[in-house]
Design a protein around this ligand. Structure first.
Ligand code: SME
Length: 162
């Protein structure tokens, strides 16, 4: 059994450092990428408040394919360059979207989503997956959230690349 407690008295950067430490402990020594993505999605869901979706899209044959996640059932395949996830994968850049309805080509997998943060996971110089967080609150994510999830993404490449 794993027990990770979330201390609500921490600042946001401290909170993300706790998340990264928990993530490192969770994937240590485990080579199975699906198991690691599943646990990481659950950990993000537990640590990051006000989400309606959190999980992974993996790069498979030049497109994105749904990976382990928490939230409602979602779109399975997203071409590079399409939607927020496809933009993150194609550009290898974080996408921080305050209002998904204002993002050209946003793919509405869950009608509740209002804002979104997508961070690419880069391993051996290539994007291998993206971490996608959706919130029902407008402008839910800020630079601290982006930096926190980017730090996580930097750490987990070897654990989730198949
Ligand atoms: N909204 C995303 C699609 C994935 S779902 O949010 C889970 C996008 O535009 O890429």
């Amino acid at each position: 059994m794993y027990h990770f407690s979330v201390d609500s008295g921490l600042s946001k950067p401290e909170h993300y450092r706790e998340l990264a430490a928990a993530a490192q402990a969770l994937v240590a020594g485990e080579p199975d990428s699906v198991a690691n993505m599943a646990n990481l999605a659950a950990l993000i869901w537990q640590f990051v408040p006000d989400l309606n979706w959190a999980g992974f899209y993996r790069v498979v044959d030049g497109g994105l394919v749904l990976g382990p996640f928490q939230g409602k059932a979602a779109c399975i395949r997203i071409p590079f360059g399409q939607g927020v996830c496809g933009a993150a994968a194609a550009s290898a850049q974080t996408q921080l979207v305050a209002d998904v309805h204002a993002f050209p080509g946003h793919i509405a997998c869950d009608a509740d989503s209002r804002s979104e943060l997508v961070v690419p996971v880069i391993h051996h110089g290539s994007v291998v997956a993206v971490i996608d967080l959706d919130s029902p609150l407008p402008a839910r994510f800020d630079a601290d959230d982006a930096a926190g999830i980017e730090a996580l993404a930097q750490m987990i490449g070897p654990a989730i690349a198949s």
